[in-house]
Design a protein around this ligand. Structure first.
Ligand code: ADP
Ligand code: MG
Length: 370
């Protein structure tokens, strides 16, 4: 089931009595979530992810705009009739019910021709439990389960009615690092197996990148960019998106463009072939950690701090007066030998791994190289 948002907007009245300024939690969102895909809704805390998800689920009424499931306008349809499965950060299981009863719960109230027998319910509950691999725990109470197991019960409960759309709001945030990794891989497997259109909300870019067919990057209620994770990483539309994606983060320098050449300080770091900028001006130059090539004649000189060996790679940690990151991280192959006696280290830059941005607007300025 595809989901379409058209000019979806949510305004909340001001919480501050003195000012009348309202909060636009979701601002004119227009995009489509294709049938059977997993979309990551990604952005910093407070950017409007939960608000957007809650409008799609029907828990929250939009101020403006429309929501379609397939061809059907569901904007005014109550949540219980939308056929969505919901999972939140807190598992919200019924403590006095067993795992089996918790999973069966959404099936108990089905009416008319949807009504199920006890046997049918048990069968569906077991099917959902098997999907998330908790079928051996059916007779336990939530208090007898680990956090990871409890979240699986919550996922099974959301899946038991085979929803048309699965909505997950930071479902892994309460799990420890290892379980978070494991559970996100399982979510991906379950989503592939069931083919349920899924929207996965997270503030964790790595989580979103690893699990999603496409990501929607939001900030301040606005969608900044939509695309496949790799495409967005490689071609961020603006400095916010470039900085939000990637660990270690992109290295951000104050630089300039002179003619067709890109400078950091007085060092010409790249000669371009064409560049969409009419006048020489100051720009932001951003370089991914994997964009540095150790090169003793390279154009960029950094002040060497230390070298961290990470097995497969080496992380060269350095500083530069024009760099806004407290330390610059350059990830290079472990075959490289860095002279740690030297106070400086020189690099050339991979053009595909660097971007320049308008200093005022933050928009990316495209360029090509020879
Ligand atoms: P996220 O899930 O991305 O962290 P939210 O959707 O929860 O963000 O919130 C987006 C913005 O809307 C925030 O500024 C938040 O304070 C505000 N907001 C959320 N819910 C309400 C509400 N019920 N009343 C007023 N403001 C709200
Ligand atoms: Mg939220």
């Amino acid at each position: 089931m595809k989901v379409v948002l058209e000019h979806l907007t949510k305004r909340f009245p001001s919480r501050n009595k003195k000012s009348n300024e309202e909060v636009i939690a979701a601002n004119d969102l227009t995009f489509e979530i294709p049938d059977g895909k997993l979309i990551g809704l990604l952005g910093p805390s407070g950017c409007g992810k939960s608000t957007t998800l809650n409008m799609i689920s029907g828990l929250l009424k939009p101020t403006e705009g429309k929501i379609f499931f397939g061809e059907d306008d569901v904007t005014d349809l109550p949540a219980e009739h939308r056929g969505v499965g919901l999972v939140f950060q807190s598992y919200a299981l019924y403590p006095h019910l067993t795992v089996r009863q918790n999973i069966t719960f959404p099936l108990e109230n089905l009416k008319g021709d949807k009504k199920l027998t006890k046997e049918q319910m048990a069968e569906k509950a077991l099917e959902a439990a098997k999907l998330v691999q908790i079928d051996q725990l059916m007779d336990r109470k939530p208090s007898e389960l680990s956090g990871g197991q409890q979240q699986r019960v919550a996922i099974a409960r959301a899946l038991v009615k085979m929803p048309k759309v699965l909505l997950l709001d930071e479902p892994l945030s309460n799990l420890d690092a290892r379980l978070r990794l494991q559970t996100r891989e399982e979510l991906r497997r379950i989503q592939r197996e069931t083919g349920i259109t899924t929207i996965f909300v997270t503030h964790d870019q790595e989580e979103a990148m690893s699990i999603s067919d496409s990501i929607v990057v939001m900030k301040d209620g606005l969608v900044h960019q939509i695309g496949k994770p790799q495409e967005v990483y490689d071609n961020p539309v603006n400095l916010f998106v470039a900085k939000f994606l990637g660990t270690p983060p992109i290295n951000v320098f104050q630089g300039s463009v002179r003619g067709k050449d890109i400078y950091i300080g007085e060092e010409k770091v790249l000669e371009t072939n064409s560049l969409q900028l009419s006048n020489d001006s100051d720009v932001v130059v951003a370089v991914r950690p994997e964009g540095f090539l150790l090169d003793e004649n390279g154009p960029l000189t950094l002040n060497l701090d230390r070298v961290e060996v990470m097995g497969r790679d080496i992380s060269v940690v350095s500083t530069h007066p024009d760099c806004e990151n407290a330390s610059i991280r350059s990830i290079i192959d472990s075959d490289n030998e860095v002279n740690t006696d030297s106070k400086t280290v020189r690099f050339s830059l991979k053009p595909k791994k660097m971007h320049i941005f308008n200093k005022e607007t933050g928009e990316r300025i495209p360029f090509t190289v020879k």
